[in-house]
Design a protein around this ligand. Structure first.
Ligand code: EPS
Length: 359
């Protein structure tokens, strides 16, 4: 039994879609809670005016009846309100009528750092819009919707997550970058409490929980680095300084430090999961970088279009959703169950068997 997620959708197309399979039947989903997560992703300092157009709301097409999952594929939709401004340019079918609105001119000056050039070469495109629309971080709205479902499942087994930006100088850096028509990146951290020991496995690389967290975060737009626990800093320490010593008290096994970030040998060890992701500065600059035209090869300046100065706060929400998804997937593999009650009972029997208590 495992959770699977398939997403679809372009940034300025009609909608984003997420299809979730592998949920147990009987999980209560709260529409407002999902919308709150979608809203959190849209907030944050440095976002583009696009966020004043979008007011992301969840729609459910299947898999849910009267607020409870059926154990069947859950189809989630987030409409793009901006699509109406791109109705001709992003029409799924050959558009009717005269060219109108946005996206009608082909984009031929690829942005350094975006999918534009590699996408155009890979897929044989003469308009980089065909690449950038799917590569866009708008996609993360679908991830957050699925992550909200994962969080609801995790809550049933006492797991709570929080994502935050690391460092408190963000607003200043964003203001300074905006003034110079530039962009900035940053670092986010996700912590998950209440994760029992034993999620993931050292048996194969694919099952390792750290590998799965790295995969999902690295697969998120603009992420260039991921670390678990003290990550890169561990490389500079001695073994005697780097590992989390084990002791036992009436609550079970405990560590007084957590440099491993709650994962040893690819398996959760019962401590808080701590994972960080580094985001590069966004590649759409109002003061564009040098580029070369796809058609003519002539030197030019990269595409300038409405964009964020920073989306680090949004990444904190997205990263939380990504981590929730992978933890929920690992929990489904470990505890199984077609009905929510079976899943929770299996979790309860397990945590009663092992010398561990959540903290
Ligand atoms: C993005 C470019 C901007 C962002 C977008 C991601 O879109 P637009 O060109 O429409 O202003 O606003 O992010 C979102 C729309 C979102 O909801 O997060 C990009 O190129 O990745």
């Amino acid at each position: 039994m495992t959770l699977r997620l398939t997403t679809a959708g372009e940034s300025h197309g009609p909608a984003l879609v997420a299809i979730v399979t592998g949920l147990p039947a009987g999980l209560t989903l709260d529409r407002n809670a999902i919308d709150r997560e979608l809203g959190r992703r849209q907030e944050g300092y440095g976002r583009s005016p696009r966020q004043r157009i979008e007011q992301d709301r969840i729609e459910v097409l299947s898999g849910l009846r009267q607020g409870r999952t059926l154990g069947t594929p859950l189809a989630l939709v987030v409409r793009n309100r901006d699509h109406e401004n791109w109705a001709w340019g992003m029409s799924p079918w050959p558009p009717e009528g005269e060219p109108a609105g946005k996206g009608k001119e082909p984009v031929t000056l690829p942005r350094p750092g975006h999918a534009d050039l590699a996408g155009a070469m890979k897929y044989g495109l003469d308009d980089v819009r065909d690449a950038l629309e799917r590569a866009s971080a708008r996609h993360t709205a679908a991830i957050v919707a699925a992550g909200a479902v994962a969080k609801a499942l995790l809550r049933e087994i006492g797991v709570e997550l929080a994502g935050a930006v690391v460092g408190d100088d963000l607003e200043e850096r964003i203001d300074a970058a905006r003034a110079e028509r530039d962009t900035v990146g940053g670092i986010v951290e996700v912590r998950a409490r209440g994760v029992p020991p034993g999620l993931g496995s050292y048996a194969t690389k694919e099952e390792r929980l750290d590998a799965r967290l790295a995969w999902t975060l690295m697969g998120t737009q603009a992420v260039k680095g991921v670390e678990i626990g003290d990550g890169f800093a561990l490389a500079r320490l001695r073994g005697s300084e780097a590992h989390d010593e084990i002791r036992r008290d009436e609550g079970g096994y405990r560590r007084d430090t957590n440099r491993a970030g709650g994962i040893e040998a690819g398996v959760s060890n019962g401590e808080e999961i701590v994972v960080r992701a580094a985001m590069k500065p966004l590649p759409t600059l109002m003061r564009p970088l040098a580029s070369a035209d796809l058609e003519t090869g002539e030197a030019g300046q990269a595409l300038v279009e409405r964009s964020d100065v920073a989306a680090v706060e949004a990444l904190a929400v997205v990263a939380e959703a990504c981590v929730a998804w992978e933890l929920a997937r690992a929990a489904r593999e470990k505890f199984g169950g077609d009905a929510l009650g079976d899943f929770v009972a299996a979790w309860r029997a397990y945590v009663e068997r092992i010398p561990w208590s959540a903290r």
